[in-house]
Design a binder for this molecule. Sequence first.
Ligand SMILES: NC(=O)c1ccc[n+]([C@@H]2O[C@H](COP(=O)([O-])OP(=O)(O)OC[C@H]3O[C@@H](n4cnc5c(N)ncnc54)[C@H](O)[C@@H]3O)[C@@H](O)[C@H]2O)c1
Length: 358
Amino acid sequence: MDHSEASWNLFGKYPLVNSHKTCHKSTVAQDTVAAILSNDRPLIRGVAVRVLITDLDLGDPGYEVARLERELGAQVRVARCASEAEVLREIEEFDPHALLVQWAPITAAVLAAASSCRLISRVGIGIDMIDTAAAREREIEVRNVPDYCVEEVAGHAVALGLALWRRLPQFDAEVRAGAWDAATGAPTMKRLSTATVGLFGFGRIGTLVGRAYAAMGARVLVCDPYATDIGYQRASFDNLLRESDLISVHAPLTDDTRHAIDGAALARTRRQPILVNTSRGPIIDAHALNGALRDGTVSGAGLDVFDSEPLPADSPLRTAPNTILTPHASWCSREAMPALRAGAVQNIIDAFAAAERS
Ligand SMILES: NC(=O)c1ccc[n+]([C@@H]2O[C@H](COP(=O)([O-])OP(=O)(O)OC[C@H]3O[C@@H](n4cnc5c(N)ncnc54)[C@H](O)[C@@H]3O)[C@@H](O)[C@H]2O)c1
């Protein structure tokens, strides 16, 4: 492909300022691109913005393509990349100015190859599949859709936690097997108002989860080194592990949180906690969790996210006791789906339309 018309750089020589206001958060400054793009440098008109959709598992990408073409006059290429090599091949052939990314790995090598790329729009909240440090170095803006499914994920996390707290999987299995014996379970079941719920991560989703448990009388502990004004008792990671009857994970996946809950962490728990993870699988060491479920260190696990998705057929978690597994479904609702798709496209349109206006 001839890239001669692509010699312009959308952001030109103007530096990207503060592309991540808070590097620990997945939320990214929403006004940054527009601010940079409105600098007074020529934007080449008549050259279509090239948008590469690296991957999208939300159905037909016709909506994204149509809006980008209609509202931005963009040239859109739809790919189904799963690996770095596949993304690199698409970038080599298409030389995009913007990437619309769901799960494809946007590594330092990908960003080095994407010399015309000025914007990455993540179709989702977490941006852990993007090397944000490399993006920052190359002055490539990263945007996400921070608010499309907060109540869905919070509701899902609380549902998993309460289902395990109330022994719903066991009761359900017993009734189906012909038993009718509530009293047998009673001695192992505690009133929620006697429980301590530990939140690992207290952003948009964690805040809502905390509110739900507090409303039902639980004591809430918060472990989040960056959160301010939490309104609950702050806990170190160690205290969270030691004091919680239920640990709900709501931190993003970062270098700091990857395998934060490993075998050593699980061994420091004292109350055979229930573990709920709707955030990202690799925050918990799955091998260690499997062992802890089987030896009773952990009394149950509600998992929506996994190291490898889909969950491999031979994953031992499939047969671990007191476990509820869902297929990365926390975000789902009929309202969230269109909000997600619209938000991710809008991030690209806003950025490039602002450039056009300048
Ligand atoms: N399963 C799903 O369908 C689904 C959907 C949306 C989001 N998610 C996941 O949920 C995560 C949280 O979403 P959110 O909207 O609440 O994000 P958020 O950015 O509002 O909150 C994340 C919080 O984690 C905190 N944090 C960062 N590093 C930490 C650390 N080392 N220890 C403790 N806390 C730390 C941050 O300070 C922040 O308060 C996302 O990053 C994403 O991975 C999952």
